[in-house]
Design a protein. Sequence first.
Length: 406
Amino acid sequence: MPCFAATRAAGEERLARFTPRMGAAYAQGRNFDHGAGRHRDVSQLSPYLRRRLVLERDAVARALDAHGAKAAEKFVQEVLWRGYFKGWMEHRPAIWMRYRDGLAHDLATLEESPQLAARVNDAEAGRSGIACFDAWATELRETGYLHNHARMWFASIWIFTLRLPWRIGADFFYRNLLDGDPASNTLSWRWVAGLHTRGKFYAAEAANIARYTGGRFAPDPAQFAAVSAGLEVQEPEGLPPVAPLRAPRAPQPGLPTALLITEEDCRVEDFDLGALDLRGVATVSASHLRSPRAVAEHVARFERDALADATVRSGISEGRPMGADDLAVLVEWALSLGAKQIVTPFIPVGPLGDWRERADAALGQHGIALCEVNRDWDRAIWPHATAGFFKIKKKLPRILEELDLT
Ligand SMILES: Cc1cc2nc3c(=O)[nH]c(=O)nc-3n(C[C@H](O)[C@H](O)[C@H](O)COP(=O)(O)OP(=O)(O)OC[C@H]3O[C@@H](n4cnc5c(N)ncnc54)[C@H](O)[C@@H]3O)c2cc1C
């Protein structure tokens, strides 16, 4: 397991170390997967960016400062993909619900089909018989990380060659990735399957794998299925319409307030909460909600450490760690502080978004409002994330200007 200490300091150290490589070196090298422990051409910042131990804004600012707009373009665009996927999912929460409910259905199917269950087990354990695929399954389970190209190849082989249910593959990723994110993960799997940009699927090719793994793998092209169509037939209803972005309830100044930190944003010190009468801080661990199946221990540990680090940086007394399952504990804690509102950084669509709805209802019964604060980064990007990435990429100069990043 590589050393991913779950602190802001460790994330910023990684950011500083990678900054010299965010320009031409990144553009030229980013597609090469050198294998576990040798990922020198990509930043491996994703576990930090995903929890905002490092901010997208800071990563982009570093790249632009160090290399200028042209040389940093590729890195900046990749960071933008994250905001694009998050915004796209906010506009179409039904896609998350379909994934969540469809996964429950797929897992039930496994119970009824021992043969299919055995094939899924073999794939996840790295016993498919396809050497590169098996190495990536092992790397993912053992390190919690996979290179982007390996993720694309893996998902493609899972869907089209092994012909396994795509949601169970996405779930395998989500249970093991340190950067596991409901939007980036679900939508990337859908993109590979030809469901995101309908009709445009991603087919893994043997020559491409050999080239971009530097010859570590040399698969026989006959090992891979010829792909002529994506999975659109499985979703004849198409994409749901674009919904307006959810407007969070803003906190009211002067009211007794409790602060809540989740892994969606571990940089509460950035928010100006000076006008609030803050009485206490708690953290909610929720990574176990990623899947009905067991989530990797390294994922839970990273979340726990990130939340502990965020609590210290909040500067508000001792934090109260709690799990997402027991809403009564949250309510009791808020009541014990005399809080009339709980404030937390924005909770996007995903398992924590589902939890937020339950928490809002439980707190509401006691007259406590669940309020959220959001970031200029999301406010600048999400309104444009309604169609394909190309649309948002065209707006990048305007977005950067709006964010004072030019
Ligand atoms: C099937 C599949 C599943 C994925 N699941 C996730 C996931 O759960 N969480 C996640 O953060 N990313 C996911 N990605 C996107 C991407 O693979 C990772 O963000 C990237 O590999 C992280 O490594 P890095 O930090 O070294 O990336 P770098 O290349 O150094 O990029 C810098 C940052 O930009 C962002 N980024 C880069 N590429 C993408 C991308 N294609 N989509 C979204 N953001 C991107 C990440 O925050 C990343 O840390 C997935 C991609 C695929 C194909």
